[in-house]
Design a protein around this ligand. Sequence first.
Ligand code: 13P
Length: 333
Amino acid sequence: MVDTALQRTAQALLAENKGLLAIDESIPTCNRRFATLGIPQTEPARRAYRELIITTSRLGESISGAILCDETIRQHTADGMPFLRVLREAGIEAGIKVDLGTTPLAGHPGEKVTEGLDGLRARLAEYSGLGASFAKWRAVFTIGAHTPSRACMVANAHALARYAALCQEAGLVSVVEPEVLMDGAHSLARCAHVTEDVLRVVFRELVEQGVVLEGVLLKPNMVLPGLDCLVQDPVEVVAEATRTCLRRTVPAAVAGIAFLSGGQSGDLATARLAAINTGTPLPWPVGFSFGRAIQQPALTIWDGNDADMVRAQQALQQRVAANRNARRGTGTE
Ligand code: 13P
């Protein structure tokens, strides 16, 4: 049966053309991004950066929910206000990344499986008690000559489905993120084929585990040529391939689609989102749950230096507003 509260929360996350802001980089990933800019890789620096982001004025006009990591959900502003209260006062729902990252998949060189199911019921209860209303789990698939293997798809899809079922038990919306990575020289056609296969397996497993699709947001990759592919297809081609792939694989009952950006530039991710939202309406609201494509300019401008904070926040505002606008399709700018 459909849990209407869960369904309402899921729908609200993609209402009014708003989207999700992914600031849930794990500590090692955040540190890696800081290191490339020479920013200290410390808890105070990560806290200051996340404070800069969530205190950006008018963030709630374009962002409905922020995905946090375990470190961030417990942090406070320099003035001592809990981050969760800052978000609540801005009208932004708090989400939490609950997977514990990837590990090599036994017997399948080069492939990864996402871990974090052990103890997940208790962790979800804690996050729900803290005030989170949704959660995220990411699986990754690498396109190679013989990958992703069926084993990798099934193992990751099964974990995604068990995570989503536990979320629903805890009253949390589940963001289901199966990411086909952009790394490689593969063509757009190959990405389309792999993404279709992955999504079919994911939805089969979600249904097997009794997950109510109305309480799920899918966070997929766009259908793209590999970063090293010599043919970089135009925005319209990417949009049509992505629309076709989703139409073929995602049940209409799913509450919404919120794309990851996966290393695309901010402008390109936005242009592609607008193109995907152009043409015959799709069965779901189609929005964004971008990390890098929203944050990168702000991080580069801030560069660990609080004197540049206002400029960094302005850059962030521009990125989120552009993405909200992109949900209306092209021809509206
Ligand atoms: P990107 O948009 O940078 O891919 O980040 C989204 C995310 O949440 C990855 O898990």
